[in-house]
Design a protein around this ligand. Sequence first.
Ligand code: PSV
Ligand code: MN
Ligand code: MN
Length: 384
Amino acid sequence: MRDDIRAVLRGQRIETPSWAYGNSGTRFKVFAQQGVPRDPYEKLADAAQVHAFTGVAPAVALHIPWDRVDDYAGLARYAAGLGVEIGAINSNVFQDDDYRLGSVTNPDPAVRRKALGHLLECVDIMDATGSATLKLWFSDGTNYPGQDDIRARQDRLAEALAAVYARLGDGQRLLLEYKLFEPAFYLTDVPDWGTAYAHCLKLGDKARVVVDTGHHAPGTNIEFIVAFLLREGRLGGFDFNSRFYADDDLMVGAADPFQLFRIMYEVVRGGGLGPHVAFMLDQCHNIEPKIAGQIRSVMNVQEATAKALLVDVGALAAAQAAGDVLGANAVLMDAYDTDVRPLLAEVRAEMGLDPDPMAAYARSGYFEKIRADRVGGTQAGWGA
Ligand code: PSV
Ligand code: MN
Ligand code: MN
């Protein structure tokens, strides 16, 4: 197997979310699990396990205020001591009563000021932790036609984004996330990549779009969006997860591994495998064990990446140029149909890791230890 592919796989970097380690659920029920973290420090410790067994998950995204601490610089030092670092800072302007009619698009200027204050606080936390990325997802929208003025809400959104953008320091950037619907059902203020892209273009080069794979209508060609944004230099990253019906937040690559491969092929094709694109997981493990669920997810992304790297680009280009429809499709499918698990096992061995992260984690006894040590773990924030 080519050395350059192995090198890329060794250097891959996948960020796990702090909220994946705490209890989560649906609006019907949060199922408490044993051994879940009681505070942000324990979430980092769990994330460090995912990195220890995969070697490619060195960063952990925080969610504020779910991960609020007194000393953020201390939290970053604690992370470093565990062998991980703080990744994206995720804002939360969707869980206060004040945000019933929206946050930065709320018709009430006082609520807008409060929301903006939180977003700016998140940049302070980036300064303290050394995080380079602010990830913004807004639940803002309306439930009924006529409820509020669509254009005015866009103006308010643009105003808030501009204020946040102006606060970003050198080396910091803002990722704007879109979502088709939910919790608003009639209108969502950032419903699609086009809206996010347009706002980012206005803001400047430090503003990029983040693609959450669960945030599209069924059948959406997500790889087209990825190809387009990469081509325009505006793909900031991914929130990876799987969906069957809505924003299911299931393990990435579980529902549709072929889609994940197609996305990763466009990433490779567009030169997106690098630090300028953040590969984040945005998942909740409602019924499955959390650390193992994250390890499995990281492995799923690795497998899709390996297959994407295996595409014979020369043969593909030749078939495409010749108008050989079946030949071109066969080149892509050959890569997808390759069993890359032996290759990844070898790559892990080269990194000094166990070739089977799931088994190695199970053998480690970490879960038994946290189950005994931690009593009364907290919810991730969802379903609270
Ligand atoms: C809500 O849909 C959501 O899943 C968004 O995707 C955010 O990225 C995430 O929550 C964390 O706020
Ligand atoms: Mn997301
Ligand atoms: Mn989501």
